[in-house]
Design a protein around this ligand. Structure first.
Ligand code: DP6
Length: 360
């Protein structure tokens, strides 16, 4: 498929008014997206667990303007309050997707959005937020158009969400979503995420992700700037090759359920992501001392308990603690006893692998 396939040819009718709503989850990458080309094309393929608890709920009320003009017209409410400061990001998103949703300037939009996780928790809200909004817009298109398949719907939503934030394109479906062309995954695309198309071992059913909120402050360097710094990065091409290689190896692990290999790929990905930050120009560090303390405690406990608990990291200080359902009665007490003390105000979120967005 190409970008052109997402430009609608005609609409049956543009409704006078209506309301649409979706909840859409966050996701946690196992193979990390870090580095991109123009138009939000990833420099390497990535794959993520869709989450279940961390999500954004968004509704869009639309009302046809008396006269179409050349402006986007919208109001934005976050957790019930008008949020002027979020509007520029939404406007940029609307501009990027207008060619694919040419009706947007026909309407005045009232967008109401809220998260199930604390806003300044350091949990990326862009993945769940942008995907929820893309779903609402696509639901509008569906109601104006001749019927199209669920597959097309999901692909176009993911395509649109990607233009808002790259990782958002992996939040529509679940439990595993792959984004970015790679030889080892049939049907993979740089334009949208696809539900992982192969059989996944049952050990990954209900996999847990306990998110430890180590630092809730504003990050010193945004992901967008971090991606930018992969241009001209001394290790960029090796890193991109490594991501392809990891993805191929992870494919075997997802099929045979070998958790030892799962751990070594996932932890290496997390540390490589941060190694890229530490070796860029300018360099920066997003981990905090408590991030490292948690990692060391996990390694010590894993050795002693012979369990398969491991960690991954986002572009921040928080730690995602991953473990299988059949080890939760050993691992969760360890988390409570040994790791929560490293969290800011003792805060953490119990999440697990999920199935994707839902219509409200
Ligand atoms: C470290 O999707 O937030 O979480 O496309 O600029 O919005 P933009 O970046 P974003 O980057 C996420 C980076 C990551 C890894 C990942 O989720 O794959």
């Amino acid at each position: 498929m190409s970008e052109k396939d997402f430009i609608p040819v005609s609409f049956i009718t543009l409704k006078e008014k209506g309301v649409v709503g979706y909840s859409s989850p966050s996701n946690i990458a196992l193979i990390k997206y870090w580095g991109k080309r123009d138009n939000q094309i990833p420099a390497n393929p990535s794959i993520s667990f869709t989450l279940a608890a961390c999500m954004t709920k968004t509704s869009v009320e639309y009302q046809k303007k008396a006269q179409k003009n050349d402006e986007f017209s919208f109001e934005l409410f976050f957790e019930g309050e008008a949020k002027e400061e979020f509007k520029p990001k939404i406007k940029t998103f609307l501009k990027r997707i207008e060619v694919y949703l040419p009706f947007l300037k026909d309407y005045h939009l009232v967008i109401r959005t809220s998260n199930t996780f604390p806003h300044s928790s350091g949990i990326a809200s862009s993945a769940s937020g942008m995907s929820a909004l893309a779903l609402c817009f696509m639901e509008m298109e569906r109601s104006f158009s001749a019927p199209f398949t669920d597959e097309f719907f999901n692909r176009k939503v993911s395509f649109l969400a990607r233009l808002g934030s790259g990782s958002a394109c992996r939040s529509i479906e679940g439990p595993l979503v792959q984004w970015g062309e790679t030889a080892s995954v049939k049907g993979s695309s740089n334009l949208f995420g696809i539900k992982y198309p192969y059989k996944v071992h049952k050990v990954f059913n209900n996999f847990h992700d306990t998110i430890l909120l180590v630092d809730k402050g504003e990050k010193q360097v945004s992901s967008t700037v971090g991606h930018e710094l992969m241009h001209g990065h001394p290790f960029a091409s090796q890193r991109f090759d490594q991501a392809h290689d990891h993805l191929e190896k992870l494919g075997l692990v997802l099929a045979d359920g070998n958790l030892k290999d799962f751990i070594s790929i996932v932890e290496s990905e997390a540390l490589t992501l941060h190694a890229m930050m530490m070796t860029s120009n300018p360099y920066f560090i997003l981990m905090k001392p408590n991030t490292l303390s948690i990692i060391n405690e996990i390694w010590k406990f894993r050795e002693e308990s012979k369990t398969h608990v491991c960690f991954t990291l986002d572009a921040g200080a928080n730690v995602h603690v991953l473990y299988p359902e059949n080890e939760k009665d050993i691992v969760f007490p360890f988390i409570k006893e040994k790791l929560i003390s490293f969290c800011q105000n003792g805060q953490y979120i119990c999440d697990r692998i999920g199935l994707g967005a839902k219509k409200l």
